[in-house]
Ligand binder design. Structure first.
Ligand code: PMP
Length: 424
C-alpha cells in the first residue's frame, strides 16, 4: 500500500478522504500523505518517506512520537481493560496533576476532545451567569461547536455570522466577534453589551491564525473588563496548556481565567479534553450542580494514563527553556534562509510554537495574518515536504517542537529547509 492508493480508497469511504478537513492538503495542493509510523521527532508515510515532524499531531505531542514511558503505561493499562464506564483511579491521578500544574484550576471535568471542552465551558458560563452572549476573537479557533464556529460580519465589534451551513443564524448571532489584540474594540463591546455577556473565550496565544502573541494590555484588559461586568473569562488552552509552561499561558502571563479549556497534550496523544476552574464554578456541573454534561468514554483509562505519564514528565523535567531555545534557533535559521533568498516574511514564535508568515507586515491579528502570501506558503510547504520536513499544511497554523527535537535535528531541518527554499 502506498500514499496514493490509500488516499484513493479513503476518498471513496470518507468525505474528502479524511476525518478532519486540513488533512486533505486543500490549502497547499499536492497529494496528501498517509502516515504509518512515528518515533521521536520523525514520521514515516506509506511510501516509506521519512520526515522531520513539526506538526506533532497539531501540538498534541510534546514528548515526540511514541515516548517509551507513555507507550508502556498504555500497554499495561490496556491489558486490564479498555473502558469501564464507571470511575477508574487514573482519572483521579490526572485530575490531581492538572490541579497541581494549572494555576486557576481547582476542579476539572474530562471530556474527549477540545471541541467538547469549549462547548461545555460555554454552557457552564451561560448557566452560571444566566446570560446568552459569547465574545470570541477573529482568527481564534475553538473547535467546531455552533456558537464558536462563526466568523465576523463587517465592522469592529460585530455579531457572528454562521461559519458553515448547518449553523442557524439565530445561534451565530449570540456570538460577538472582535479583532484580536484590540483593546478599544473590547471596551466598546463591553460598554454596549457588557451586562449580557456570559463569557469571553480566547486563545491566550493564538495558534489557529498562525502564531499570534497577545499584547500585554490585551489579556490584562480582558481580565479587568470581564470582572467588572460579571462575565466569565474562558482561556482556551487546548494548544497552550502544558506547552507555554507547565501551567500553560495563564502561568506564563500571570493571568487567571475563570474557566480553562484543555486538550491535546493533556491526552498524551490519545483523545482527551477537559474544562476546569474554581470550585464554586465547577460545582455547578452535574451531578453536583444543575448544568448537564456527560460522556460514555470520558475519563477513559488508556487516555488518562497517557495523559498522566506525559504531565508527570513535564512537571518533573520542566523542559520549557530548552524547548524555547530550540524554537528560537529554528525560527532564526529559517529567517536567515528566507532573508538570503530575499523573500519577505515575519516569524512569530513563543515557547515551542512558531509560524512563518510570508508578509512584510507585523502579524498581530487575523487581518494582518491574512496579508500573508498563501500561494507562496503552499509552494514552501510542498518544497519542504519533498526535502523531508513536515509542517502543518496551512499558513494559518503553528509549527510545534517536542522534546524529541534535539539540536542536531534542528540543524538537519535547517539544512533541508535551505535546500527546499533554494528551489522556490
Ligand atoms: N481549541 C483550540 C485552541 C484548538 O487549537 C483546537 C483544535 N485545533 C480546538 C479547540 C478543538 O480541539 P479538537 O480538535 O480536539 O476538538
Amino acid at each position: 500500500m502506498n500514499n496514493e492508493k490509500l488516499f484513493k480508497e479513503a476518498l471513496e469511504l470518507l468525505p474528502g478522504g479524511v476525518n478532519s478537513p486540513v488533512r486533505a492538503f486543500k490549502a497547499v495542493g499536492g497529494n496528501p500523505i498517509v502516515l504509518v509510523k512515528g518515533l521521536g521527532c520523525r514520521v514515516w508515510d506509506a511510501d516509506g518517506n521519512k520526515y522531520i515532524d513539526f506538526l506533532a499531531s497539531w501540538g498534541a505531542l510534546i514528548l515526540g512520537h511514541a515516548p517509551k514511558k507513555v507507550v508502556k503505561a498504555v500497554q499495561e493499562e490496556a491489558e486490564k481493560g479498555l473502558s469501564f464506564g464507571l470511575t477508574n483511579p487514573h482519572e483521579i491521578t490526572l485530575a490531581r496533576l492538572v490541579v497541581e500544574m494549572v494555576p486557576s484550576v481547582e476542579k476539572v471535568r474530562f471530556v474527549n476532545s477540545g471541541t467538547e471542552a469549549t462547548m461545555s465551558a460555554i454552557r457552564l458560563a451561560r448557566g452560571v451567569t444566566g446570560r446568552k452572549l459569547v465574545v470570541k476573537f477573529e482568527g481564534c479557533y475553538h473547535g467546531h461547536y455552533d456558537s464558536l464556529l462563526v466568523s465576523a460580519g463587517s465592522g469592529v465589534a460585530t455579531f457572528g455570522i454562521p461559519g458553515t451551513p448547518g449553523i442557524p443564524e439565530e445561534i451565530a448571532k449570540l456570538t460577538i466577534v472582535l479583532p484580536y489584540n484590540n483593546v478599544e474594540a473590547l471596551k466598546e463591546a463591553f460598554e454596549k453589551y457588557g451586562n449580557d455577556i456570559a463569557c469571553v473565550i480566547v486563545e491566550p496565544v493564538a495558534g489557529n491564525m498562525g502564531v499570534v502573541v497577545p499584547e500585554e494590555e490585551f489579556l490584562k484588559e480582558l481580565r479587568r473588563l470581564t470582572k467588572e461586568y460579571g462575565s466569565l473569562l474562558v482561556f482556551d488552552e487546548v494548544i497552550t496548556g502544558f506547552r507555554l509552561s507547565k501551567g500553560g499561558a495563564q502561568e506564563r502571563f500571570r493571568i487567571e481565567p475563570d474557566i480553562t479549556c484543555l486538550g491535546k497534550i493533556l491526552g498524551g496523544g490519545l483523545p482527551v479534553g477537559a474544562y476546569g476552574g474554581k470550585r464554586e464554578i465547577m460545582d455547578r456541573v452535574a451531578p453536583q450542580g444543575e448544568i448537564y454534561q456527560a460522556g460514555t468514554l470520558a475519563g477513559n483509562p488508556l487516555a488518562m494514563v497517557a495523559g498522566a505519564e506525559t504531565l508527570k514528565e513535564l512537571r518533573d523535567k520542566e523542559p520549557y527553556q530548552e524547548l524555547e531555545e530550540r524554537t528560537k534557533k529554528l525560527a532564526k535559521g529559517v529567517g536567515k534562509i528566507l532573508e538570503e533568498k530575499g523573500i519577505p516574511h515575519r516569524i512569530n514564535a513563543i515557547a515551542s510554537m512558531m509560524t512563518v508568515f510570508f508578509t512584510d507586515k507585523e502579524v498581530r491579528d487575523f487581518e494582518s495574518a491574512k496579508s500573508s502570501d498563501t500561494q507562496l506558503f503552499a509552494k514552501f510547504f510542498r518544497a519542504l515536504l519533498e526535502e523531508g520536513v513536515l509542517i502543518p499544511p496551512s499558513q494559518f497554523e503553528a509549527w510545534f517542537l517536542t522534546t524529541a527535537h534535539e539540536d542536531k535535528d534542528i540543524e538537519e531541518a535547517l539544512e533541508r529547509i535551505e535546500k527546499a527554499v533554494k528551489k522556490l
